[in-house]
Design a protein around this ligand. Sequence first.
Ligand code: HEM
Ligand SMILES: *[C@@H]1O[C@H](CO)[C@@H](O)[C@H](O)[C@H]1NC(C)=O
Ligand SMILES: *[C@@H]1O[C@H](CO)[C@@H](O)[C@H](O)[C@H]1NC(C)=O
Length: 333
Amino acid sequence: MAKILSLFIMVTSLLVFSPTLCLSSKTNYYGYLYPQFYDWSCPNAKEIVKSVVAKAVTREARMAASLLRLHFHDCFVKGCDVSLLLDSNGPIISEKLSNTNRNSARGFEVIDEIKSALEMECPQTVSCADILALAARDSTVLAGGPSWEVPLGRRDSRDASISGSNNNIPAPNNTFDTILTKFKLKGLDLVDLVTLSGSHTIGNARCTSFKQRLYNQSGNNLPDYTLDQSYATELRTMCPKFGGDQNLFFLDYVTPTKFDNNYYKNLLASRGLLNSDQILVTKNQATLELVKLYAENNEIFFDQFAKSMVKMGNISPLTGYKGEIRKNCRYMN
Ligand code: HEM
Ligand SMILES: *[C@@H]1O[C@H](CO)[C@@H](O)[C@H](O)[C@H]1NC(C)=O
Ligand SMILES: *[C@@H]1O[C@H](CO)[C@@H](O)[C@H](O)[C@H]1NC(C)=O
């Protein structure tokens, strides 16, 4: 009898306290995120996100990179609350207009497409913030990278911060210390910095994002000598001193659409495209050691990438009754 009673207590306490068994999960009462959040309220949510992302990446391989980057640019500004996705409207000035995002951030139409599909399946249930976190994971997997379980239950912001977008997101010509500081302000460390920079194994950058390195790195009309000089010569043909600012270049010119550790190999060959990439091997011994480790061992890179992405995805989410579930990711309700 005592055995049955204690079993009963165990089962009820599981039902009451375990978020994984919670039947109604439209609102995240727990204040933290967990992967099973939509298992009852929208069981097909993850599949729907994955299928729309897969279609988009089939249309254009670069889309995987663009969606991954959107999640980063969201999380570094007021947390992972999709303040980034709001268009300018009334008092809102869109973060899409910031220096970092203007003519650069892309993939918003794919998020819209996912949201429409989810609104048909389960209206006003799945947040745009969770859609973006799932899309970043699916993109990584589709490009050949690691997978991870995405903690869910984020809600969507009712405001945006263009100044946060301009100031919190690292710029390619920031110093090593500035970039590390910007990561630490978000609760991320040196390991997260080196690991998440590995995202630059896929996707593109515009000429304007690295031109300074080719012509006038330190204001004395000389190039950056930490950049392999024959690679620099190649880059100059499509990234001239004057003009060509929007021309596109692969961040990892060896395997541009494959998520792998080639980015780190490029860095060791002085062939990182951005200044912010190359300084991981030229400015700090600890980051150099990690770059060497990842260049040698893809598995260690993948394992840590999954962990660091979960960590980034946990930056100050809105939960409980905070924020809202937007009907359209571009506008608050
Ligand atoms: C460490 C500091 C970082 C700096 C300074 C930086 C800077 C940049 C710049 C300048 C571009 C090219 C933008 C353009 O020219 O239009 C870029 C692209 C990209 N970044 Fe970063 N980034 C950083 C970290 C990250 C992180 C943490 C992630 C993801 C977790 C990420 C993912 C990407 C991706 C995937 C692209 C290619 C996007 C596309 O092709 O549409 N970056 N980044
Ligand atoms: C970094 O780039 C921005 C935008 O091109 C520019 O305004 C700024 O002066 C640059 N900073 C340094 C230290 O070169
Ligand atoms: C190189 O940079 C310095 C300092 O930013 C600037 O004064 C100079 O005009 C630049 N040179 C050219 C050719 O743009």
